[in-house]
Ligand binder design. Sequence first.
Ligand code: WT7
Length: 664
Amino acid sequence: MSGDDADVELEARLEEQAEFEPPESFVEQANVTDASVYDEFEENWPECWEGAADLLDWDSDYDQVLDDSNPPFFEWFTNGSLNASANCLDRHLDERGDEAAIEWVGEPTDEADRTYTYAELHREVNEFAAGLREMGVGEGDIVTLYMPMIPELPIAMLACARIGAPHSVVFAGFSADALATRMNAADSEYLVTCDGYYRRGDPLDHLDKANEGLSGVEHEVSDVVVVDRLGDDGFGHDLTDTQRDYDDVVAANEGAEVEPVERDAEDMLFLMYTSGTTGEPKGVKHTTGGYLSWAAWTSQAVLDIKPEDTYFCSADIGWITGHSYIVYGPLALGTTTMMYEGTPDYPERDRLWEIIEEYEATQLYTAPTAIRSFMKWGSEFPDQHDLSSLRLLGTVGEPINPRAWKWYYKHIGNEECPIVDTWWQTETGGMMITTLPGVKKMKPGSAGPPLPGLDVEIVDNAGDQIEPGRAGYLTVQKPWPGMLRTLYKNDERYIDEYWAEYSDTDSDDPDDWVYFPEDGAKIDDDGYITVLGRVDDVINVSGHRLGTMEIESAIVGVEGVAEAAVVGGDHDIKGEAVYAYVITEDGYEGDDDLRARIVEGIEDAIGPIARPEQVVFTPELPKTRSGKIMRRLLEDVANDEELGDTSTLRNPEIVSEIRDQARN
Ligand code: WT7
């Protein structure tokens, strides 16, 4: 039977099915199987989170689970102390020292994979931590890590954690400008990067980009460490006076042991910059005790991770998913976590399935955009491989449509693996809304109920809870341990962005404070939540969050552009794609040359992920009488849909003009 026929058959059988019970074989062995956990957590809130903290080793016990005396600056596990690197490494050495902590697969197929046992990882983390100290990195200094999917990235993260230096990882696909912006915002004086990495068979020059970024940093950067990833394939950069080779740093500290620094539960573990409504990225601050408990607990309860697993998350560590669910959660639990450097279609479209077969991976956690690509490529690629080691599947980053869900369930999970559709954000630190896979039935298209202990409500504009079935706004009514603590050096923006909308901001009563994630959602009669997408000016391209303002300011920076508006339009594979509407300056043509320069401007400011699907030149943008751009109408144009109400526009005729232009 061809892939197409199989799909037809699958659809016929599964199309009607709206609910799926967790497979028996999974339930039998699941970490969490008792449905009473929901009631127990509710009755015992916030002490219910002691169990999450108990998954960690503490140097000194906390005296309060939650200090909510100064909302929205909630503190968790107060006065407790611990070290994240000790929790991810040292405590596993006795029992799991010789077991694999990281299985790394490089993109080139002729290159040897690398295994780091817990003992080996511990050793190299200690050596690099000693090296960082030698450079003068002290507790509280922010170290920027601008690296792709190579083992030295988690090693550097854990080395920073060991000495109490928060890391700020910048996704390697981001541009030089984006690196500079983030280093400036964090006042970061240290950078760890690499010479390059492989993409679809070709070496890519990363150090060139890093160097360009460094030239945009406004303060002095005292030290830069460069990992030699490419060896003979490298680009022959000479290191400067402030740059050192990673291997030299590690070799100079051979056998060094660095006592893990005792960190207060509320001390910052890391910063992660993410996109918001304005052009300035937001520095999300996560802490040592609350974040790590959350990452560990959700990894155990939702991903069902056990020490003997080989767990595979195909995200990039440069995003929060990789922080929580490649590095911190899995390693805190002492399991084997996989890392793959390349893309799923190199050298062939079966690369992920080949890796899963070879390593007998037990879980796969990926994004809907990837699943939609797999589906488009066809089931013959997974069919070539034995995927029976898989026990659980997960998705994250954007809504998954039921068709893609069912394809994943059938062709990857063989109808034997539960799927967890996990809603969460950079800011939440870890998963928030999803089924407990051994307890709850699944409904394709709906993430599921909130995790135990979480109080989520769908509300209207006034903040009042609305009835099931109607679309409203997602809110979280009570704090949770993994939550962000603030935006770095910007408490005011923290309140404005996440709390002001539905809270009584003058109140000291924690019950008056409501967290608003800026997503729309609806709930059904079973309490299952379908997340509908962002309601702010943030778009979600292939599960990556981009601010339309950031893209617009990049476009406006291009010579010949007077004004620009960017919206997200629907896209089969990416979920959403970038559509740009541009007014040229007098004397400039809206031609292919300008279009190319706009694309380049966006790539320089942000990176290739923000590359627009379409750039449409227009003499005007649709504006209300008060001068506000009506993005909703531009979204209709992007989606080639019937145009919405234009009556409030001061220039109603322009929208159909733009549409004609776009169709050309
Ligand atoms: C935004 C957060 C969470 C790590 C990756 C993205 C969207 C995320 C889902 C899901 C529907 C989802 C939301 C959210 N989102 N997961 N399962 N179903 N939407 O983290 O970059 O901080 O983006 O991604 O819109 O607000 P992020």
